[in-house]
Design a protein around this ligand. Structure first.
Ligand SMILES: [Cu+2]
Length: 69
C-alpha cells in the first residue's frame, strides 16, 4: 500500500527528520519520504503489518496534524 499525506505544518528539515524517524520506527514501513515544499509525506507500507491509522498516529505524536484527505 502507499499514499501521499498532506501535513500542512511541515516547514523545515527538522520536521522532515522527526516525521521520517517516527514513521520509520514502525514495523512494516517500506518507504517514507517527507517533502518540505508541497508539505507531503510519501509513505509505503506492508498492509499485513501496519496500517494507515498507525502511520497517522505516529506523525501526530510528533505534533503534526494530519487533516482527513
Ligand atoms: Cu520544521
Amino acid at each position: 500500500m502507499n499514499a501521499t499525506l498532506f501535513v500542512p505544518d511541515i516547514s523545515c528539515g527538522h520536521c522532515k527528520m522527526s516525521i521520517e524517524k517516527a514513521v520509520n520506527s514502525l514495523d512494516g514501513i517500506e518507504k517514507v519520504e517527507v517533502h518540505i515544499e508541497p508539505r507531503t509525506v510519501d509513505v509505503a507500507w506492508d498492509d499485513a503489518v501496519v496500517d494507515m491509522d498507525a502511520i497517522i498516529a505516529a506523525i501526530e505524536e510528533q505534533g503534526y496534524e494530519v487533516p482527513a484527505n
